[in-house]
Design a protein around this ligand. Structure first.
Ligand SMILES: *[C@@H]1O[C@H](CO)[C@@H](O)[C@H](O)[C@H]1NC(C)=O
Ligand SMILES: *[C@@H]1O[C@H](CO)[C@@H](O)[C@H](O)[C@H]1NC(C)=O
Ligand SMILES: [Zn+2]
Length: 425
């Protein structure tokens, strides 16, 4: 075992060079003023929040080497609580790789299923899975390939329905990997596919609803996190800015035409929250938009799956106001959170449910869930999956199975309740 680990280490240690010297910090502001001051620092110090802090829960922020002194000076002056999350992000990522590899070795020897939930798959394997499900279950599953990504990869999602969406049933739409580094979101969406057509234990879900499942909204970014920068978040476009070749990509979740570029964005293309040169500038955003366009009249529930932080967040993100669906949004959110809580591993935090801007004390614009709600999808959420089980950034693969099963139970309960509330719109 030792030898194996040494060999593995030799193969992975040269990766993640670009994160050499980066640090990540837990940070826990204790007042609204501190939260605001921290917010004002984002663009100056190019801070990248893995989770935004709130008054009752700490956040995690990545800080580049050249800004670490300024950052520490700021938090000390503010008297803000902070502590080290990863002292050297490169080493943390190397260790994560190592841990994953050795876990996967064990998983491989114990069983060999084609598409399993013991590891994070590459894009090729995920796409093969989508193709094969569509082929094997052609009576209910339709593979849609609406466009190619900026770098020329096929964009793929599945439509699952007993009658090819003909009878106008309520539609439920779930997507993942809008943000490339949020790997756990992909198995969460493929598991929904699995439970709807491969291991059907709840046939009512396909009797009552039509489903759209889009596991990898941002395949270019996802591929990039495998081969180059593990912490990549955005698309990989270069035409988004005059400096686009130096700093690529757009944050898809700031690129929708909802209060676009008004708050919680950065106009610098190197920023991780760069909203693009105009709304829907990215083909990856336009494909999600086209799904809303085609189905918004019947769509009763949209779940945009992200990681991490254990939260169900709902509109409006730009100003913290509630929409006239506020009560239903909260009730269905609580229902999903309760069902998950019943099944959840005890060391995952309990889900929080609320308005995005109020829960994380941070306003943002141009998100897909706000956009969907603004065009009439009554129940629309950003879901932040749990991620605190491990010390590293990467949710250990041993948690994939528990996370996808608990999350699916929550989503299924949410779907049923959505059906009761809005099924006969
Ligand atoms: C199908 O799902 C049920 C419940 O979710 C589970 O108990 C069972 O083991 C699964 N069967 C297979 C073949 O995976
Ligand atoms: C907050 O934003 C939403 C969406 O744009 C808008 O409908 C609402 O009126 C705003 N609320 C306030 C108090 O400005
Ligand atoms: Zn995200």
């Amino acid at each position: 075992m030792k030898l194996l680990l040494v060999l593995l280490f030799a193969t992975v240690y040269a990766k993640h060079e670009e994160y050499s010297g980066w640090k990540s910090f837990y940070i826990k502001p204790s007042s609204h003023d501190q939260l605001k001051d921290l917010g004002n620092l984002i663009s100056k110090l190019e801070l990248d929040f893995y989770i935004h802090p709130s008054l009752d829960r700490e956040g995690v922020v990545l800080v580049k080497p050249q800004y670490q002194d300024d950052f520490v000076k700021f938090v000390n002056e503010e008297n803000m609580k902070y502590w080290i999350h990863a002292d050297d992000v490169k080493i943390q990522l190397d260790n994560d790789d190592l841990m994953m590899e050795s876990f996967q070795q064990e998983a491989r020897s114990s069983k060999s299923s084609s598409f399993n939930y013991d590891k994070y798959h590459t894009l090729d394997v995920i796409y093969e899975y989508l193709d094969s499900v569509a082929q094997k279950h052609s009576d209910t599953v339709k593979l849609v390939t609406p466009a190619t990504s900026y770098e020329g990869r096929t964009l793929k999602y599945l439509k699952i329905s007993k009658d090819n969406f003909q009878s106008g049933k309520p539609v439920i739409f779930i997507d993942g990997a809008t943000h490339a580094r949020e790997w756990i979101t992909i198995p969460t969406v493929t598991y929904a596919i699995h439970k709807l057509v491969e291991n059907v234990t709840e046939p009512d879900l396909l009797d009552k609803f039509d489903w759209i499942l889009y596991p990898v909204v941002n395949p270019d970014g996802y591929e990039h996190t495998h081969v180059k920068e593990r912490m990549w978040r955005k698309t990989r476009s270069t035409d988004q800015h005059v400096a686009g070749k130096i700093c690529r990509g757009v944050d898809i979740n700031r690129n929708f035409d909802f209060e676009w570029n008004t708050v919680g964005t950065e106009s610098h293309p190197c920023s991780d929250i760069f909203p693009g040169r105009k709304p829907f500038s990215e083909v990856e955003t336009r494909v999600v938009h086209s799904i809303f366009n085609e189905h918004h009249q019947n769509m009763i529930l949209y779940l945009s799956v992200h990681s991490f932080g254990s939260m169900f967040l709902y509109p409006w993100s730009n100003n913290g106001s509630l929409s006239d669906r506020g009560l239903q949004l909260h009730m269905v959110g609580i229902r999903m959170a309760d069902v998950i809580h019943e099944l959840s591993l005890k060391h995952f935090p309990r889900y929080r449910v609320g308005n995005t801007a109020l829960v994380i004390d941070y306003f943002s614009s141009g998100s897909s869930s706000d956009y969907a709600h603004s065009i009439g999808v009554p129940l629309s959420y950003t879901v932040e999956l749990p991620g605190r089980g491990s010390k590293g950034f990467v949710l250990h693969p041993r948690y994939i199975k528990p996370v996808v099963t608990e999350t699916w139970a929550g989503f299924a309960a949410g779907a049923r309740m959505a059906g009761q509330l809005f099924g006969s719109r």
